[in-house]
Design a protein around this ligand. Sequence first.
Ligand SMILES: Cc1cc2nc3c(=O)[nH]c(=O)nc-3n(C[C@H](O)[C@H](O)[C@H](O)COP(=O)(O)OP(=O)(O)OC[C@H]3O[C@@H](n4cnc5c(N)ncnc54)[C@H](O)[C@@H]3O)c2cc1C
Length: 474
Amino acid sequence: MAEQFDVVVIGGGPGGYTAAIRAAQLGFSTACIDDWKTADGKPALGGTCTNVGCIPSKALLQSSENYEHAGHAFTEHGIDVQGLAIDVARMLARKDKVVRQNNDGIVYLFKKNKIAFFHGIGSFAGGGDGAWQIKVAGTRAADLVAKHVIVATGSKPRELPGTPFDNRLILDNDGALAIPAVPKRLGVVGAGVIGLEMGSVWRRLGAEVTILEALPVFLGAADEQVAKEAWKQFAKQGMTIRLGVAITRVTCANEVTVDYTDADGKAQSVAFDKLIVSIGRVPHTVGLDAAAVGLKLDERGFISVDAECRTNLSGVWAIGDVVRGPMLAHKSEDEGVAVAERIAGQHGHVDFNTVPWVIYTSPEIAWVGQTEQQLKAAGIAYRAGSFPFAANGRARAMGDTRGFVKFLADATTDRILGMHAIGPMVSELIAEGVVAMEFGAASEDIARICHAHPSLSEAVKEAALAVDKRTLNL
Ligand SMILES: Cc1cc2nc3c(=O)[nH]c(=O)nc-3n(C[C@H](O)[C@H](O)[C@H](O)COP(=O)(O)OP(=O)(O)OC[C@H]3O[C@@H](n4cnc5c(N)ncnc54)[C@H](O)[C@@H]3O)c2cc1C
């Protein structure tokens, strides 16, 4: 006998588990199916983000940054460290513990919200509008019937053609987060968010890191001024980044040899002890049996959805990495909430223009809204104002004065069109730009708001003042 639910969510990553919580809050009987398991076969709710993405990467970034600070930044504070050493096994065990705390937190949230959890692979087995049949294969095998289905099956790492991941020499994000000893020579293919973050972790711990990027420009999605500053900072740290690289062959023996053509068209060859491949992610629909019900995918394999995450099937929705749009955990979460609210007849809304982007390198990079190059291309007249952390008291006290904050505002209305930042804790500061843009604020609004002193947020206020060419501390 099939179990009946108002809403069945397939996938328990940030998109799926958040959608399930919101659906349950709205009074729907809700189930969530997720197949992620630990090495010993136990459920591990939270998807890519919790298990092999956002959370473990930030845990390792923190550990490696602590190590780097102890080795280089402490002395100027009068703190001398002797016998500094990194125990990689202990660092990885801590990361696993952090992941486990997050997995357990979601189990608690499911219990609190009375969400039925099925550990296994969910697939479409038939049915139609108002009564979709979903089969669960796994430790809790079941047949479910749902009025609404939310597909949140996420994404998988993209392989280099002809070079499958083995997580011994050729590493995906999972392997990159579990290297058992610091490699001497680490190669990274792809200078995107994941490549830069993973490269940073292992460089701080002592690896020689070389990043090979196919595109001729560095961080093309970021504001040019920010990308330029990031390039300068990463070079200073000793990270080698080669742009315009066309990889021709990868061979594995005891080491990995990458043959490539460089930006000048010259043939090059470089050997590494490990190679992280971070060239993007592909939608994950294997196991879903989309064809059984005629669920439409687009030419790139994403589930086709409209602006409100409706698929071609009535009552079937899709959210997160498995659909178009930025592959970010918070975008998945917001789509999950919006879809649950739409099912309840409410007006859920996600504005891609106010989705913040963060790269958790050191210095951190964060932005929201449009870049200068986008505004120029669109012919929009704007005023820019920026403020360096070098003139911020808190940054000086912290000993990290790298980078700046920049606002871009409409030349006529002063409405904020973008905020771009590189520097200490800008992953947190960017929230002010997001709130401002959501409320349609002008740069003058930020400039007139009282900011605590001494705080990094004063650099945000000063950048807003700079739009009107009236900084107070520069
Ligand atoms: C190294 C790394 C670092 C990252 N850092 C950040 C960051 O700092 N900030 C950020 O915003 N984003 C980050 N991301 C991206 C982020 O992880 C993803 O955008 C996010 O996880 C997408 O959420 P999702 O719910 O759509 O899918 P996922 O998190 O991929 O979850 C999908 C879940 O569905 C399960 N599943 C798939 N098919 C089925 C099926 N048929 N039946 C049952 N279960 C199924 C999967 O096993 C998985 O558990 C990072 C990614 C990586 C790889």
